[in-house]
Design a protein around this ligand. Structure first.
Ligand SMILES: [Zn+2]
Length: 57
């Protein structure tokens, strides 16, 4: 597995986690502050950035 694959699957995993969290988290559903939601979104953004950065065009 390449670094790009790993970064991409990590991003997918984080996205799934975020969707699951938003589904059960009232503050996130109301677009309010939530430490866990913020952490997940930040991690997801970083993972997507890493996946994109390593993808040759
Ligand atoms: Zn939340």
């Amino acid at each position: 597995m390449t670094a790009t694959d790993q970064a991409a699957s990590r991003a997918e995993e984080l996205y799934r986690l975020l969707l699951q969290h938003v589904d059960v988290c009232r503050p996130c559903g109301a677009m309010e502050d939530c430490a866990k939601g913020t952490r997940l979104r930040r991690a997801l953004r970083a993972a997507r950035y890493a996946a994109r950065e390593r993808t040759p065009r």
